[in-house]
Design a protein around this ligand. Structure first.
Ligand code: MV4
Length: 448
């Protein structure tokens, strides 16, 4: 087991990882940018090093600076958290070439899943349902038209190097498809340095359901059931929950087993999320794999009772998973609300600044994962999430009531947050009835 690890991240996830390490008896080395200097959570690490100026590209994303901190801090492993360098296969490789374990998948598995078309091929090999589409890359407008006519309009053009909704284009007829193809290729080339695209049938008003999986270096892979992340706006998730109200018990069992098969087929190790979309008929289709721990991992932790960060560290160090598939049961219902420093009244414009007073909620079934506190200054340089409010109760109905109670206790003075929107969503009859898809928030709450 490791004696000392570096956390290549900031904010709530850095604090989350420091907490897991403390409980495992592992020393921690934190890093910070100039904008995060003096952040209170840094005091909880054994050491902390500055890796550069405020801009992420010059600090948290600077591989040489992060590796230098790891060398000076004399760590055996690096936990990347999410975002920043978490899915950078080159960084992953550099860590390992410096004899530092990367707490995540091996670089080859990460690179394979980073190619969305290769991931789709992998899913097909593992007999996991994929959306009907082009079997392979689109080489010409003629080929795109041929596939579109086979699967039927509307179709969606996706970038091989995309993911998370970046570089996607819908087309509903031949003419639109030709220009969408050019635009998508140019956009993908500019954004990812890779203009390769493929095509899928467009699934309308899908629900987003994802499966948590973890695998060790001894051939064991276990799924930890699903999360429903359909409550989102412009690909930014707002509320996540487990179990999902979007699927039947039969679909759940099938889908989770399919996710596990895919991860085994990829020879993948450590934590992964296998994303699916579910159509109006309840059919599920593989979309992509996220090769990292995700923001919403706590809802899975609450319903399974398994600390995912600890398990990531244990399997990275070579230990066997201490539980089998049969040990992992869903107990009760968990919901997470992301607390973002944004003004929902002003088109979710970021609202950085000093939190004059923070009152965190508590009580039965309430967890607040946050690095923020009264007097904390939210910097304008990074994403706007200042914390995650998670509740766990025996039933969904009770979980919603607890979340509304917790939100009503919470005070964040001095900046704007999305708390009022969360209250509206959780109070809505469609949410109560589980009638939610990925268009719900925009259809229901956004003016114009
Ligand atoms: C789709 C889709 C409809 N049809 N693929 C968006 C993010 C990326 N992970 C995949 N995404 C989608 N792929 C087909 N064939 C709709 C989406 C999508 C979406 C998926 C999950 C969560 C939110 C979403 C919001 C808009 C579109």
């Amino acid at each position: 087991m490791y004696q000392r690890i570096l956390i290549a991240n900031r904010g709530e996830i850095a604090l989350r990882i420091i907490r897991a390490c403390r409980e495992l008896g592992i020393e921690t080395v934190a890093i910070f940018s100039e904008a995060d200097r003096g952040s209170a959570y840094l005091d909880l690490a054994d050491e902390a090093y500055c890796v550069g100026p405020a801009k992420a590209a010059d600090s948290y994303l600077r591989i040489a600076n992060v590796i230098s901190a790891a060398e000076v801090g004399n760590v055996q492993a690096i936990h990347p958290g999410y975002g920043f360098l978490a899915e950078n296969a080159h960084f992953n490789e550099v860590c390992r070439s410096c004899n530092i374990d990367f707490i995540g998948p091996m670089p080859e598995a990460m690179a394979q899943l980073g190619d969305k078309n290769a991931a789709r091929d992998l899913a097909k090999r593992a007999k996991v349902p994929v959306v009907p589409g082009s079997d392979g890359l689109i080489e010409s407008p003629e080929q795109a038209l041929k596939f579109a006519h086979e699967v039927g309009f509307p179709v969606l053009i996706k970038a091989v190097a995309g993911g998370g909704g970046r570089g996607m284009r819908v087309a509903s007829n031949d003419l639109a498809l030709k220009s969408a193809l050019q635009q998508a290729q140019a956009e993908a080339q500019a954004a990812f340095g890779n203009g390769a695209v493929y095509l899928e049938k467009y699934v309308e008003q899908p629900r987003h359901v994802e499966v948590q999986v973890i695998a060790d270096h001894h051939g064991n892979a276990v799924h930890l059931w699903e999360r429903d992340c359909s409550v989102q706006r412009r690909h930014q998730k707002l509320i996540e929950e487990s179990p999902s109200t979007s699927i039947t018990p039969e679909t759940r069992a099938e889908m989770c087993e399919a996710a596990r098969r895919l991860i085994l087929e990829a020879n993948y190790t450590n934590a992964a999320t296998v994303e699916f979309i579910v159509d109006k008929d309840g059919k599920y289709y593989f979309i992509e794999v996220n090769a990292r721990i995700q923001v919403e991992h706590p809802v899975t932790e609450m319903v399974t009772g398994i600390d995912l960060i600890k398990q990531q560290i244990l399997v990275a160090s070579g230990e066997k998973l201490p539980f089998t598939q049969d040990d992992v049961v869903q107990k009760g219902h968990a919901i997470e609300c992301r607390i973002n420093a944004e003004d929902p009244k002003r088109n979710f414009q970021p609202s950085p600044g000093r939190i004059e007073r923070l009152i965190a909620p508590g009580g039965f079934g309430v967890r607040f994962d946050s690095h923020a506190h009264s007097g904390y200054v939210v910097p304008p340089y990074y994403d706007s999430m200042i914390g995650k409010l998670i509740v766990h109760q025996p039933t969904r109905r009770e979980a919603i009531a607890t979340m509304l109670r917790a939100l009503s206790e919470m005070r964040v003075d001095g900046i704007k947050t999305v708390i009022p929107l969360h209250v509206e969503i959780l109070s809505h009859s469609a949410f109560a009835e589980g009638r939610i898809d990925t268009t719900f928030v925009e259809r229901t709450f956004m003016a114009t």
